[in-house]
Design a protein around this ligand. Structure first.
Ligand SMILES: [Zn+2]
Length: 253
């Protein structure tokens, strides 16, 4: 009998979405705590929504950050304001979230560079949304950025994109390029077979679990992970230890 591994959800959104995201549910901190408890998850990465209320999330987390890891949502066109925020909350910031599609800026655009360099200096992991919109949110740009910024762990979200072809091309290319700082997140994917392929190609050290709650139910993505028929070691690493290792690299100042 092996002990239950520590489970960290590597991708949760706090707050309400902008009105144009019709039908997308928001979540309060209480909603998030309840979803984690009912899904059997011990802790989580919290980022905001496209409303980018980093101040609000910082204030909500301050009284009891236990189990939560704060990844501010970065807006590239307000660097001074964003850096002031990052400095002020340096003690609480555990990583950065970059959403090329919603910010309408490819992750390899120079506009993101100061933030990626900041992540390198502080040894902060960066979650990069990857999606179907290939001109804007292809995993290819995420890998290019990982190569350019070797001191920052770059986590490619949604296993490289929410289509089996994107996911499997991405893990193949990651295997070929063998970048030591490139990771795959499992948030919101249903494709247990793409996950199995990625585990076999890259090893379990490169994959971090996430759900994308409240856009999906966390326990459903734990079930998808089980569909990949993981070993005990894969479970331990992917569900929590890899993420904890990445945030422990942080350097303040
Ligand atoms: Zn998300």
């Amino acid at each position: 009998m092996t002990a239950k591994p520590v489970v960290i959800d590597g991708h949760i959104h706090w707050g309400e979405w902008a009105p144009e995201r019709v039908g997308w549910p928001g979540a309060t901190l209480d909603d998030i705590r309840d979803a984690l408890r009912r899904s059997g998850i011990d802790g989580a990465v919290l980022t905001t929504t496209d409303r980018v209320d980093n101040e609000g999330l910082a204030a909500a987390l301050e009284p009891d950050p236990d189990g939560f890891h704060f990844f501010p949502w970065i807006v590239p066109d307000e660097p001074d304001r964003t850096f002031a925020f990052l400095e002020e909350h340096a003690g609480h910031v555990a990583g950065l979230k970059i959403h090329p599609s919603l910010e309408r800026l490819r992750v390899d655009d120079p506009g993101w560079r100061p933030f990626l360099e900041f992540a390198e200096r502080r040894r902060l992991p960066v979650i990069v949304h990857c999606g179907r919109w290939q001109e804007m949110a292809s995993w290819r740009y995420g890998l290019d950025v990982a190569e350019r910024h070797p001191e920052a762990a770059i986590i490619l979200g949604h296993l490289g994109g929410d289509l089996p072809t994107l996911q499997q091309e991405c893990s193949r290319e990651m295997q070929r390029r063998a970048l030591p700082n490139a990771y795959l997140g499992t948030e919101s994917i249903r494709e247990y077979y793409s996950l199995r392929i990625a585990l076999d190609r890259l090893g379990p050290e490169r994959i971090v679990f996430g759900s994308d709650y409240p856009l999906g139910w966390p326990a459903a993505y734990l079930a998808v992970f089980e569909g990949a028929n993981p070993s005990d070691e894969e479970r331990r690493l992917v569900l929590g230890e890899n993420f904890l290792r990445l945030i422990r690299r942080k350097r303040v100042g």
